[in-house]
Write a new protein. Structure first.
Length: 354
């Protein structure tokens, strides 16, 4: 495949952008390659700067559940754009998208929109700490919650340890109140709560960690977390930035039958524009400013273009759409399995939602 133009663009970009990219994974270093530079994207197809036509299985890393440039999403954004790109004031689009979120997540009474999934998780952690008056947060190995300082940690030595920062630039003091446990280890969870339960503000987990092989957590393990949180007055936070709206029930929260206190959302909710959200019961969410003392704000939170794209995206996600997406996922899994088996490659394939 000819890559001359993309390679030249990457060389130029590297003179102006750090590593030539604005997010590390786009550098293709993990696969020992160089980036393709996209010229056009339609549906499931990308055309790069060298006019190579490529099937896109990544879809912008999650937001584009209906594919690139869906006509309904484009119409909604274009119509809204004619009335302005940002207001810095409330508008009806926020109400519309909040209603749609609540209709898919019954646990949510109130929603707060932000501009990314990372910001959603970060803000949910702050809210949990402010609501409980406690500091300690329990997270799990293999779960990624964005580049939040307090959650960019790995486990240290020993049965259950406070976190060790996974990146330079994160002070040790920032992760002093983060405890890391192994997934699906109820004994370790019990040990942690026995040691730190009195100061436990929240347990945060991806119910289906998307960066370690789609290992759907057992409902029994999630219920164990629910029980320990209830016993100790801690909040249970589900990070559904990736899984949100990829299940007919809205998120894997409804699919697994365990209800958290707060849920963090992103990606699909914005239809390809920068959006995150978090929500929960009114008595918790009302601790946020302007109703409560926990401060969180954002210049572009609730951006009208993002709200319009999100509404259009969710309007398209009916039962028929989910059935179609599920069938495509199962077809891809079968075809990939056949190819790998034919060539004798060891494999573990997971297919969940769409």
């Amino acid at each position: 495949m000819i890559r001359d133009v993309s390679n030249a663009l990457h060389a130029e970009a590297s003179q102006h952008l750090v590593g030539g990219v604005n997010s590390p994974v786009r550098a293709f270093k993990s696969v020992h390659g160089t980036p393709i530079y996209v010229k056009d994207a339609q549906g499931a197809v990308l055309t790069d700067a060298d006019n190579n036509v490529l099937v896109d299985f990544v879809q912008s890393w999650g937001p584009l559940i209906h594919g690139h440039a869906h006509p309904s999403v484009l119409r909604a954004v274009t119509k809204t754009m004619a009335r302005g790109t940002s207001y810095g004031a409330p508008h009806v689009g926020e109400i519309r998208l909040a209603r749609k979120v609540k209709s898919r997540f019954p646990l949510v009474d109130l929603v707060r929109f932000v501009s990314s999934g990372t910001e959603a998780v970060m803000s949910a952690i702050r809210l949990a700490r402010g609501f409980t008056g406690r500091d300690t947060v329990l997270k799990f190995e293999g779960c990624y919650h964005g580049h939040v300082d307090a959650l960019m940690v790995k486990a240290g030595s020993g049965l259950a340890t406070f976190g060790i920062a996974s990146s330079p630039g994160i002070p040790a003091s920032t992760v002093e109140t983060t405890v890391v446990a192994s997934l699906d280890d109820e004994d370790m969870v019990d040990h942690i709560f026995a040691e730190h339960g009195a100061d436990m503000a929240a347990v945060v987990i991806e119910p289906m960690p998307a960066n370690n092989g789609l290992l759907v957590q057992r409902p029994e393990f999630l219920q164990h977390l629910r029980t320990r949180c209830d016993e100790h007055g801690a909040l249970l936070i589900f990070d559904e930035v990736i899984t949100g709206f990829r299940f007919r029930e809205g998120g894997i929260t409804g699919h697994l039958g365990v209800t958290p206190d707060l849920v963090a959302l992103g990606k699909v909710i914005g239809g390809g524009l920068p959006v995150g959200a978090y929500g929960g019961p009114a008595h918790i969410m009302q601790a946020l400013a302007p109703l409560g003392p926990v401060y969180q704000a954002g210049t572009l939170s609730g951006n009208p273009l993002a709200m319009a794209a999100g509404c259009a995206t969710l309007d398209l996600l009916d039962d028929e759409a989910h059935a179609h997406l599920d069938a495509l996922g199962e077809l891809l899994e079968r075809r990939v399995s056949v190819v790998l088996e034919r060539h004798g490659h060891p494999m573990r394939l997971g297919c969940q939602a769409s």
